[in-house]
Design a protein around this ligand. Structure first.
Ligand code: AMP
Ligand code: ZN
Length: 112
């Protein structure tokens, strides 16, 4: 997707310090963090949202990478939250599938 900002981050068109990367996934800090730790984990391949995923292995790579990032940041003891906003009611603003990894404070529930 030529005009997708997260595709550009994933393919290196926008230079970004990755928190984690492998052949399927990259992770980087959110520009507008909502918690002391706010990492976005995205597939390199473009999917407009979770609703567009047609390959279950996308989920294993995304979730496995998110847990690896959480582990690498030492978040297991105090905990963390993983969120995937989908569509308008879900609050999605960037139309490239991404998982939010949030930690570092006590997160409220239910979400707004
Ligand atoms: P969502 O609202 O779930 O679609 O989340 C999109 C997230 O992407 C928001 O938390 C934004 O702060 C974040 N974001 C948008 N552009 C960038 C960027 N260039 N680099 C890092 N994070 C970004
Ligand atoms: Zn994209």
């Amino acid at each position: 997707m030529d005009d997708c900002i997260f595709c550009k981050i994933a393919n290196g068109d926008i230079p970004t310090n990755y928190v984690y990367s492998d052949d399927r996934v990259v992770a980087f800090n959110d520009l507008n963090p909502q918690a002391p730790v706010h990492v976005l984990v995205i597939p390199r391949q473009h999917y407009a949202s979770s609703a567009a995923v047609d390959d279950p292995s996308v989920w294993s790579s995304l979730m496995d990478s998110a847990v690896k990032v959480a582990r690498s940041l030492g978040l297991e003891d105090k905990g963390y939250r993983m969120v995937i906003n989908t569509g308008t009611d879900g609050g999605q603003t960037v139309p490239h599938l991404h998982l939010h990894l949030l930690a570092g404070r006590n997160l409220g529930w239910p979400p707004g």
